[in-house]
Design a protein around this ligand. Structure first.
Ligand SMILES: Nc1ncnc2c1ncn2[C@@H]1O[C@H](COP(=O)(O)OP(=O)(O)OP(=O)(O)O)[C@@H](O)[C@H]1O
Ligand SMILES: [Mg+2]
Length: 252
């Protein structure tokens, strides 16, 4: 289940500080879109505008024909932050069920079973463990499970793997790709890693410095499912080089 996302002239200023220039964007249902751009350019702000966590200064965001506020009200939008934000007094299983419990009144009748999701990310042995007993990668896997637990058709991820080491990051990338095979969603994904963006995405939007605009919209056509070996191909290196080239061009 996934939805389309449309931005029409979406702009944002904080007081006199312009952060997002008017942006037009059409994202087809089920597309994985990455945002890459210099630090402080406005990527998180743009994600928060789509999430309805910030109000637009101009323009409209439409998600499957509804506003972000409507989507949020119906719990059809999930946000996976950079820090897993698990509740320390709840076990892995209890943290994974958190959103379903908090939103019981709004919970969709069809949603993935949290226990199955935890199994998919290899945490079955740790259902009764507490967050302090987990590694950083394991905590982020629980956060991933929580993000998918509502079966939301739109998942917004803001550098979810940034705090992890390179090896764990590559594992998380695989887990996310497999998770999306089983539980399709439209994804907006912020990252500073060109390789992560190229590996996961159907489209990569390269953003300019603040006030940010989309300077390049690069389609990534590698067939799916993608495998680790993809990273060792010259085609993959060429895509990463193209993304870096756009990024450097935007920063001049
Ligand atoms: N609530 C806010 N009030 C005022 N200014 C804000 C607010 N949120 C963000 N900003 C400003 O907007 C600009 C963009 O911030 P944002 O967090 O969107 O950048 P980013 O691209 O996500 O950066 P990074 O890659 O470092 O995470 C910054 O100059 C920041 O100071
Ligand atoms: Mg950010």
């Amino acid at each position: 289940m996934s939805v389309d996302v449309t931005l029409h002239g979406v702009a944002k200023s904080f007081g006199s500080l312009p952060v997002v220039q008017p942006i037009d964007l059409d994202v087809a249902p089920g597309t994985f879109v990455s945002l890459v751009g210099p630090s402080g350019c406005g990527k998180s702000t743009l994600l928060r505008l789509v999430a309805g966590l910030e109000q637009v200064s101009a323009g409209t965001v439409t998600i499957g024909g509804a506003s972000p506020a409507e989507l949020r009200a119906h719990k059809r939008l999930a946000v996976v932050p950079q820090q897993p934000g698990l509740l320390p007094w709840r076990t892995v299983a209890e943290n994974a069920r958190l959103l379903l419990e908090v939103n019981r009144r709004h919970s969709p009748t069809r949603h993935p079973d949290p226990a199955e999701l935890l199994d998919e990310v290899g945490l079955t042995e740790f259902l009764d463990a507490y967050p302090h007993e987990l590694s950083g990668g394991m905590r982020q896997r629980v956060a991933l499970v929580r993000g998918f637990s509502l079966g939301a058709p739109l998942v917004l991820m803001d550098e979810p793997f940034a705090a992890l080491d390179e090896i764990t990051r590559a594992e998380m990338r695989e887990l996310l790709a497999r998770m999306l095979d089983r539980h399709p969603a439209t994804v907006l994904f912020v990252t500073h890693s060109m390789a992560e963006a190229a590996y996961l995405s159907d489209r990569v939007l390269v953003m300019s410095p603040r006030p940010t605009a989309v300077v390049a919209d690069v389609a990534i056509g590698f067939p799916r499912p993608r495998r680790d070996a993809l990273e060792d191909t010259p085609e993959f290196a060429a895509v990463c080089a193209e993304l870096r080239h756009h990024l450097h061009g935007a920063m001049r």
